[in-house]
Design a protein around this ligand. Structure first.
Ligand SMILES: Nc1ncnc2c1ncn2[C@@H]1O[C@H](COP(=O)(O)OP(=O)(O)OP(=O)(O)O)[C@@H](O)[C@H]1O
Ligand SMILES: [Mg+2]
Length: 269
C-alpha cells in the first residue's frame, strides 16, 4: 500500500515518466515554483528566486514551463535573437547577470501569437526544454510552472526531476484555501515543499513606511504552521516591481528579499 493510501488520501499510481536531460546539461537542483491558481505572482517570484541565486554566486537557470502564458523573457529583456542552436541542440538565452533562460516566447517570431495547443503538445514542448536544450552547468534551476493543479503541471512534475517546490500565494488564497490544493498536489507528487511565499501581502506607506494590510491580518504564519511549511518571505504590492518587470529590468529590482531562501535552498544539498 502506498503512503498516500495509508493516510487515507486519494491513491495515486506513480509510474516513472521522467525524461532524460540533454547530455550537455549538468543541473544540480531543480526547484518548481507553483501556485494554486494563476495571476498570483508566480513568474515574478521565480524571477526573484533566480536573482537571489545569481547574486549569491550560483550558476542559475529558469525553465519557463508556462508555455501558454510565458512571461519570463519579457521580465529579463531577452528575446528570440538571444537563443542559438544547431540541428541537434538549443542553447538557452542569457540575461545580463548570467541567468540562463528557455521559454516558448524565445522560440516564437511573434510573441503576440497565442499558443493554441492541446495539453500533450504543451507538455511535449516542456519535455524538450529539458531534453533538447543544452543547459551546461547549473547549480539552481527554477521552473516557472503552469498555473493551477491540472493536467499540464501534473505532467511536468512527472517528467522533470524536481527536487523541491516553492508555493506562491496571496492573502486571499490563504483564506480561501486555494493554497492547500497546491500543497496537496506537492504531497501527492511526493516532492518536498521548501516553503511558501506570500505575494501582495501588504502595501508599504511611502510616507511613514508602515505596513498596510489591505486584505486584513495575514494568515500566513497560521497556515504555514498548520501545514508544516517554512515561510520563505512576504512581498508587498510594489509598483516598482511591476515597472521593473514590464520594462525587462527585473534583474535590477532590489527592494525586497526572499530572505528564507538563504536557509531553504542550501539545505537541499
Ligand atoms: N508584489 C507585487 N507588486 C506589484 N506587482 C506585482 C507583484 N507581484 C506580481 N506583480 C505584477 O502582477 C502581474 C502578474 O504577476 P506574475 O506574472 O508574476 O503572476 P503569475 O502568477 O505568474 O501569473 P500567470 O498565472 O498569468 O502566469 C505582473 O504584471 C507583475 O509584474
Ligand atoms: Mg506567470
Amino acid at each position: 500500500m502506498s503512503e498516500n493510501n495509508k493516510e487515507g488520501k486519494i491513491p495515486m499510481p506513480t509510474p516513472n515518466f521522467k525524461v532524460d536531460a540533454n547530455p550537455g546539461s549538468h543541473v544540480k537542483k531543480m526547484i518548481a515554483v507553483v501556485s494554486g491558481k494563476g495571476g498570483v505572482g508566480k513568474s515574478s517570484v521565480t524571477g526573484m528566486c533566480a536573482m537571489w541565486s545569481v547574486r549569491k554566486g550560483y550558476r542559475t537557470g529558469i525553465l519557463d514551463a508556462d508555455v501558454t502564458g510565458p512571461s519570463i523573457p519579457k521580465m529579463f529583456g531577452v528575446g528570440p535573437e538571444d537563443v542559438s542552436g544547431t540541428d541537434q541542440v538549443l542553447y538557452p538565452a542569457q540575461t545580463q547577470t548570467g541567468i540562463k533562460i528557455m521559454s516558448m516566447n524565445l522560440l516564437m517570431t511573434d510573441e503576440n501569437q497565442p499558443v493554441v495547443w492541446r495539453a500533450p503538445v504543451i507538455t511535449g514542448a516542456i519535455k524538450q526544454f529539458w531534453t533538447d536544450v543544452e543547459w551546461g552547468d547549473v547549480d539552481y534551476m527554477f521552473v516557472d510552472m503552469p498555473p493551477g493543479t491540472g493536467d499540464v503541471p501534473l505532467t511536468v512534475f512527472q517528467s522533470l526531476p524536481i527536487d523541491g517546490i516553492i508555493v506562491v500565494t496571496t492573502p486571499q488564497d490563504l483564506v480561501s484555501m486555494i493554497v492547500k490544493k497546491a500543497v496537496n498536489m506537492a504531497k501527492i507528487m511526493n516532492v518536498p515543499i521548501l516553503g511558501i511565499v506570500e505575494n501582495m501581502s501588504y502595501v508599504r506607506c511611502p510616507h511613514c513606511g508602515e505596513e498596510i494590510h489591505i486584505f486584513g491580518e495575514s494568515q500566513l504564519e497560521k497556515i504555514a504552521e498548520e501545514e508544516g511549511l517554512k515561510v520563505i518571505g512576504r512581498l508587498p504590492i510594489d509598483p516598482a516591481l511591476t515597472a521593473a518587470c514590464d520594462s525587462g529590468l527585473a534583474e535590477y529590482y532590489e527592494n525586497e528579499q526572499l530572505e528564507g531562501l538563504d536557509t531553504v535552498l542550501p539545505a537541499l544539498e
